[in-house]
Design a protein around this ligand. Structure first.
Ligand SMILES: Nc1ncnc2c1ncn2[C@@H]1O[C@H](COP(=O)(O)OP(=O)(O)OP(=O)(O)O)[C@@H](O)[C@H]1O
Ligand SMILES: [Mg+2]
Length: 1078
């Protein structure tokens, strides 16, 4: 739903009148009363047309909250009650939307709230303009420039605890969207005399007190300062502490603000060092010292302070000391140095302090400008905010007040010009006839001061530049001559005798009748202050400082840039800058805020009527209202006017179709408003008298009440009717619902009864069918059962004989087969390796297969042995056959046998063929040699052994001498009958020969050999193959041997250890030969 727009107006809930133009009757009394009434109701703002009057409330009001900002944002000027935000919004919007540069001119006397107003304007604009990181930084820097400038440029005065002692004009620059880009601040004439001297009840600039209260001990030590205010001559003590001002906290705020604005740490420190130097300058004191020529020369009393200043600023102490004692005047080529007396020395000191401080202030402004300046070169829209010192009338008014008041005079001038011009222009624009109104134009006062030939400032300059003795008195005399006839100038010595009787006018004074009142100026100091003289020696000393900031503040001290021309005077400088300012303001659309101070006590709730009256008079506010009302008191665009009053006429209410202007015409005709009371402009209706407007307002109020009643009546009727219709509709709905419900219930009952009956019948029918079906089924089942039984009996009868006899066996066989199959299949996977010496064999799975298992193992073994044998060559086969033979002959019979298994049966151990020693032997033997080996032949007589070569050929057995190779005996194999040997582990064996043969003449042979088994086997085999007879091999531990005629028993005795492991043989007697076997 679209938000309902509530159109409000300034005229709603007004206290007094919000716009003075509507005041009826208009006179000073009603004006003040209206202001007072509004002030008492916390309405501090009142309009005169588009000018805002602001009365200082001297307390914080809850009217500047963010919600208020939102309220005033994008609203028309006259839509809400008067507020500074409305003016700010109007200015900002016409800047943004209509591309008109704006200036906001804030005037009023000291303490009237100008600075506060300027800050409010700035903060409002900051709140409503664009957002974003960059924009926010610009805003923040613009806003934070205020605390810095206030610390250095504001001071407590009797009129204001935070009085601006300088004029400030700030241009805020925006881009085409209305986002802030940056700003430029111009400052006008700082009241620097305050640095060295303050009037009673006033303070020096805030920064001195802030520094001493807020700086850390460390910082103070660094700046060589002490916290005690009373230590410093330049600080007035009677009002060093001000209620409601926390200097220490403000110091932190200022440091923080400096950081935000973009001061580097070293810059901020340099600034504080200059402040410290200024403070310490005040403590330098001088004493007179008589010189030979009778004149007094000043000397510094205590050099300690000077030393510290020099340390702080990096100036050579002797240079500064000399600058306080001498003054060098340069003219053309001449250079004259004169000594200073004590008074001159003090003057020089103060001039230095003032210059140092005021130049520091200008430097600060420039430094801030550098930070806040817009970064782009695009075209900018500008909003200027002018917050200049207010009109001042003190007991003693001096050059500063003169300058300040001149500036205010100029502002009033521009106010008059622009307001009247604007008013006039509006009438022309709107095509309305305009009657001239008389008002006081202060141009004449401006002229008195600024006229180039005989204005006061020109006169002062002339006097300052004139050769010869120049004093303030000579200046006054001159004024008396030149301005005597001026209406606004008065002095006792004036040639014009008009005022001679005026005893209130003291000597050495002149009085100017400003637009805001008469001000008496003390002429003393005018010449000096205008000259603003700083001895060149001092500026040169400053330039020599190693402190970069101080050095940069005194460029004229650079000897290379020496300029003999006088610098422009303070007055002419100010005049020029004011002229520039005025020119600048004239190019912009002005918005006025006129500040009024309600009392002199800086107190809330007090409204001093006479004080206010005075301000109203000199601000010319009443005239302002009159001018505004000269033609027409009130004007309003046609649309809002029609919108506001259309309910007063039947044709325009509730809707007017057609242009707003004709609507207003119809409305005014209908209301019979006298024709001379209003006039139609191009876009606005102009109402001559406020009376008419109020009449319209009264009518509207009345009509609104009627309308409210009407609306109430219609609303109530509508509400009752709607209620009734709703009730009726509800009743029908309820009845319908109830009927439906009843019908539904009845139907449900019938339906359920029908269902019950239906279900009973269906049940009964179904049961009947079921019974029949069951009967049929049972019949069928019975028949099947009988048939099955009969068939069964038949089949059983037929198969009984096969089935019962064989089933068990078959199952058994089948099971067995399965088990065996499984056994073999498993066996296949578990087969051991093919190596014949592998002893592994899988474990037996079933007990009943035990024998099979063993048999399989055996078969497998045999098979793998066969496999192994199949790989043999013929040679290997022979060897194995021989080995097999040996095993058959000796295994388990002779203990020597196992040791022979591993021996390869080489046969020909002696290589007779190759050895030349045995050539003869070899030649003697023609057959193949089967054994050629050395054996021990046991002597038959004594049992001792001799080495003999034992040779076996296919047919013979030969013995030869080992050394000579000569054959000793030769036995044909057919003559060998038997071989005997023990069952023990020895190599003795006997070869029995056939009785009666030729070889047997000497008897049987008894040998011992390491290769007994081989020899016996080979002998056996050879014999068998040659003679086809098996050689008898006797294995016995006792056997008989035939030695020649004797039969000798060879007996083997075990356990003889005498000769270690070697068996020994001994002939015991004729019948016995004993062999000791280990
Ligand atoms: N709108 C306001 N709301 C609350 N207090 C205000 C307002 N305006 C001014 N004041 C109070 O009045 C005091 C003086 O105001 P301000 O400093 O703005 O005066 P000024 O016109 O700038 O004076 P000067 O010409 O001496 O600088 C402020 O310190 C503040 O206490
Ligand atoms: Mg101020």
């Amino acid at each position: 739903m679209a938000k309902m727009e509530v159109k409000t107006s300034l005229l709603d809930n007004m206290i007094g009148v919000g716009d003075m133009v509507l005041l009826e009757p208009l006179n000073e009394e009603t004006f003040i009363n209206n202001l007072k009434k509004r002030f008492d109701h916390n309405e501090i703002y009142t309009y005169i047309g588009s000018v805002v009057i602001s009365v200082n409330p001297y307390r914080s009001l809850p009217i500047y909250s963010p919600e208020k900002v939102e309220d005033y944002r994008n609203r028309n000027f006259y839509e809400l009650s008067p507020h500074i935000f409305a003016l700010s919004d109007e200015a900002y919007r016409s800047l943004r939307d209509q591309d008109k540069d704006q200036c906001i001119l804030i005037t009023g006397e000291s303490g009237a709230g100008k600075t506060e107003a300027s800050k409010l304007v700035m903060s409002y604009v900051a709140a409503v303009c664009g957002k974003g990181a960059e924009v926010n930084q610009v805003k923040e820097q613009l806003l934070q420039s205020n605390p810095v400038l206030e610390a250095f440029g504001n001071a407590k005065t009797v009129r204001n605890d935070n009085s601006s002692r300088f004029g400030k004009y700030m241009d805020i620059e925006f881009d085409f969207k209305g986002d802030p880009l940056g700003g430029v601040i111009s400052n006008y004439l700082l009241e620097k005399s305050r640095v060295v001297k303050q009037p009673r009840g006033e303070r020096n600039f805030h920064v001195f007190y802030q520094l001493l209260s807020g700086a850390s001990e460390e910082l103070l030590n660094k700046l060589k300062l002490e916290r005690d205010f009373s230590r410093y001559n330049y600080l007035s003590l009677d009002s060093a502490r001000v209620n409601g001002i926390d200097d220490a906290a403000n110091f932190r705020t200022v440091r923080n603000a400096m950081q935000i604005v973009g001061f580097m740490d070293h810059e901020a420190e340099s600034v504080l060092e200059v402040v410290a130097a200024v403070l310490k300058l005040g403590n330098i004191e001088f004493k007179p010292e008589s010189r030979v020529n009778g004149l007094d020369e000043s000397k510094i009393k205590d050099k300690n302070e000077l030393k510290e200043i020099c340390e702080l600023t990096g100036i050579d102490q002797s240079v500064l000391e000399r600058a306080f004692s001498f003054r060098t005047v340069e003219a053309k080529q001449e250079k004259v140095s004169t000594t200073l007396n004590v008074a001159q020395a003090y003057y020089a000191r103060d001039a230095l302090a003032k210059n140092l401080y005021s130049r520091l202030f200008s430097w600060l402004v420039n430094r801030i400008n550098e930070s806040i300046k817009a970064q782009t070169k695009v075209r900018k829209k500008v909003m200027g905010v002018l917050d200049i010192y207010g009109f001042e009338i003190f007991e003693d008014n001096s050059f500063e007040q003169f300058i300040i008041n001149y500036c205010n005079e100029k502002l009033q001038q521009i106010f008059i010009e622009l307001t009247l011009k604007e008013e006039q222009e509006e009438y022309i624009r709107e095509d309305i006839e305009w009657t001239h109104i008389e008002y006081f134009n202060n141009a004449i006062i401006c002229d008195l001061i600024e006229n180039n030939t005989n204005g006061i400032l020109a006169m002062l300059d002339e006097e300052c530049l004139r050769p010869g003795t120049v004093t303030d008195e000579t200046f006054l005399e001159k004024l008396n001559q030149v301005c005597a006839t001026h209406q606004h100038f008065e002095s006792r010595m004036s040639k014009c005798s008009r005022f001679l009787n005026d005893t209130s006018l003291p000597h050495s004074c002149f009085r100017i009748q400003h637009y805001a009142g008469k001000v008496l100026y003390q002429v003393e100091g005018f010449v000096d202050k205008n000259n603003d003289l700083l001895y060149r020696d001092l500026s040169q000393a400053m330039w020599k400082a190693s402190h970069t900031l101080i050095k940069s503040l005194f460029p004229e001290g650079n000897p290379a840039k020496i300029n003999l021309k006088r610098p422009p005077t303070a007055g002419s400088q100010f005049k020029a800058s004011v002229a520039t300012l005025m020119k600048n303001l004239q190019t912009k659309n002005p918005n006025y805020i006129r500040c009024i101070k309600p009392n002199d006590k800086k107190a809330a709730h007090i409204f001093n009527e006479s004080l206010v009256c005075h301000q109203i008079r000199y601000l010319g506010l009443l005239e302002n209202v009159r001018v505004r009302r000269a033609g027409y008191a009130f004007r309003q665009a046609y649309e809002p006017c029609l919108e506001r009053y259309k309910m007063l006429c039947k044709q325009t209410w509730p809707h007017w179709k057609g242009p707003a202007r004709s609507g207003v015409e119809v409305l005014f005709n209908e209301l019979e408003i006298p024709v001379d009371e209003y006039s139609f402009g191009r876009s606005k209706i102009f109402i001559r008298n406020p009376r008419t407007l109020f009449k319209l307002e009264d009518l509207r109020k009345q009509r609104l009440e009627d309308l409210a009643t009407l609306i109430q009546k219609i609303y109530r009727g509508w509400k009752c009717r709607t209620h009734f219709l709703l009730m009726k509709k509800s009743q029908i709905v309820i009845a319908a619902w109830y009927r439906r419900f009843a019908q539904q219930k009845k139907y449900q009952q019938t339906k359920s009864s029908a269902l019950v009956i239906q279900s009973y019948i269906r049940g009964w029918k179904a049961r009947k069918i079921l019974r029949e079906l069951k009967h049929q089924k049972r019949c069928k089942e019975a028949a099947t059962t009988i048939a099955a039984y009969w068939h069964g009996t038949q089949v059983r009868r037929e198969y009984r004989k096969f089935f019962r006899a064989n089933a068990g066996k078959k199952i058994y066989e089948f099971t067995l087969q399965r088990i065996i199959q499984k056994y073999f299949l498993e066996m296949k996977n578990k087969m051991p390796s093919l190596s014949p010496i592998d002893k592994n064999w899988p474990s037996r799975p079933y007990l009943f297969l035990d024998s099979t298992h063993k048999e399989l193992k055996r078969i497998f073994h045999l098979w793998r042995c066969k496999k192994y044998r199949d790989q043999f060559t013929d040679q290997q086969k022979l060897i194995y056959e021989e080995k097999l033979e040996a095993s058959e002959l000796f295994k388990d019979k002779k203990a020597l046998y196992p040791s022979s298994v591993g021996q390869p049966f080489q046969g020909a151990y002696l290589e007779i063929n190759k050895n030349p020693k045995y050539k003869k032997l070899k030649d003697a033997i023609e057959e193949k040699i089967i054994i050629a080996e050395v054996v021990n032949k046991i002597n038959r007589a004594n049992g001792k052994s001799t080495s003999r070569i034992f040779l076996l050929t296919n047919n013979n057995l030969l013995l030869a001498d080992q050394k000579s190779g000569q054959i000793k005996s030769e036995v044909p194999l057919v003559d060998v009958t038997k071989v005997s040997m023990s069952s023990q582990n020895d190599g003795f064996f006997a070869v029995h020969l056939k009785e009666g043969s030729e070889a047997a003449s000497k008897g049987d042979f008894l040998f011992s050999s390491d290769h007994l088994i081989e020899m016996a086997t080979k002998l056996y085999r050879t014999t068998l193959s040659q003679t086809k007879q098996k050689l008898n091999i006797e294995i016995s531990d006792e056997f008989l041997v035939q030695f020649r005629q004797d039969k000798v028993c060879v007996k083997f005795i075990q356990g003889n250890q005498k000769n270690g492991s070697v068996p020994t043989c001994k002939r015991k007697n004729n019948r016995l030969l004993e062999v000791a076997v280990p």
